[in-house]
Design a protein around this ligand. Structure first.
Ligand SMILES: C[S@@+](CC[C@H](N)C(=O)[O-])C[C@H]1O[C@@H](n2cnc3c(N)ncnc32)[C@H](O)[C@@H]1O
Length: 219
């Protein structure tokens, strides 16, 4: 008799449950996007290097942050941009961000970035999102990113050599336990870029891997 395979939960339901049940910590917060969004040792060097990149543009850039989470990161980058749109799949989180942060320069939209049309911008920020998604969803997102000028991508990776892009079911976990991580320039994605530059790498304690931020220039 053939074994029935479990159908994975839709990503929207998974992410909603994560924010309701706080498996990424932060029980004292209404919404909490995880250590990577709040631990100063991770956040400060990230904000510093992205701020430097944004400030290097005489004409400030329009930014679209895909999977903006609780916006602890986004709100620190806004002053260095022309405008900032935060997108996330969790509706209650977007409503909360609108209430707290929306103004003439900052807007939010509830979208599934693997399925919906994305806002226009000069620069995409995609931070610790792909690492939680299946290869099929990553591929659908990447198809839509080819028209942007800059992508600033942050991924949690294993230390040393690793197998890139081992497939997972979308959810709270990442590829680290399979000694794998997302590299969009490697198969099966083979994402084409004009140039790329590592902006920042943070090595985590206790063999928990590293968080790497790469700037991709597409034009
Ligand atoms: C680990 S959090 C990172 C949040 C933010 N980028 C940061 O670094 O602070 C990942 C976020 O991606 C969002 N997300 C995951 N899949 C998504 C999808 N398909 N469309 C839109 N948002 C998604 C989740 O709801 C969550 O808020």
């Amino acid at each position: 008799m053939s074994k029935k395979l479990k159908k994975p939960w839709p990503t929207k339901a998974v992410m909603e449950q994560i924010y309701e049940q706080h498996p990424w910590g932060g029980k004292d917060h209404d919404f909490y996007s995880g250590e990577g969004s709040h631990n100063t040792q991770i956040v400060k060097p990230y904000i510093d290097c992205v701020t430097t990149f944004l400030q290097n543009h005489k004409n400030p850039l329009t930014v679209c942050h895909l999977g903006c989470g609780d916006f602890n990161i986004g709100m620190q980058l806004v002053p260095f941009t022309k405008s900032y749109v935060g997108v996330d799949i969790v509706e209650a989180l977007i409503k909360r961000n609108q209430k707290l942060y929306q103004n003439d320069l900052i807007s939010f939209a509830c979208l599934d970035i693997s399925k919906d049309e994305l806002p226009q911008a000069d620069c995409i920020i995609l931070r610790q999102v792909l690492q939680h998604l299946s290869n099929a969803e990553i591929q659908d997102i990447l198809f839509k990113l080819t028209t942007y000028q800059y992508i600033i991508l942050t991924e949690h990776l294993p230390m040393g050599d690793f197998t890139s892009n081992q497939d997972i079911i979308s959810g709270q976990g990442i590829r680290l336990k399979h000694n794998s991580g997302v590299d969009i320039t490697q198969p099966p994605f083979n994402f084409k870029v004009k140039s790329q530059q590592i902006l920042n790498e943070i090595v985590l304690e206790n063999q928990k891997g590293r968080i790497m931020t790469t700037l991709f220039n597409l034009k």
